[in-house]
Write a new protein. Sequence first.
Length: 202
Amino acid sequence: MTDVEKFKTINLEVLPISKIEILLSKHLNSKSLNYRSRIRQVLLNHLSKKKPSLLNDISLLNLDHPPICPEYTISISHNRSASGFALGPSSVNVGFDLEEIARISEPLIKRISSKEEIAQTPHPKSLFSAKEATWKACSSAHLIPTISNIQTSNWKELKNQWFEFQAHYNDKILPGKGYTIEFDQLILAIFIGPAPLKLRQP
């Protein structure tokens, strides 16, 4: 099985979003040899199917900086059990996080969240991934120092074990929505917000 074949597309049909993709692999993870380079190569191959000229864009393979592509917004996450990436059009900013449930401790959740926030969240362990995904999507535009500066609210259960949430920073709602799901001992979170004007394509 090739690395490309190891990645499967996550079904997002129940979410009120479009043109967003998440690909995930439980065969390629942070314990795999050269996993970061291999994830980037899978990403490059996937993007080149959408736009063949991107196959020659070796900058997407440069591990010294996050992957940047004018046509797409990209977010990568990996842990000891799985890896994946989220893609969206350049009109949005996407933040993606993937965590092992067993590694999210109660002290960690208490350190980054208020008591009220924990009480209002259906699955408190999801808070870490929810905030990490939000930070990835919003930190540059809103100058958010750390994930502990982000608050979540208005958690709502959707279909097929998905949950929706809003995020706040400095008592202001961050534009966009976030989504989480727990499966196979993993927590997956994605936050989708508008791209800064300077990053949007005409």
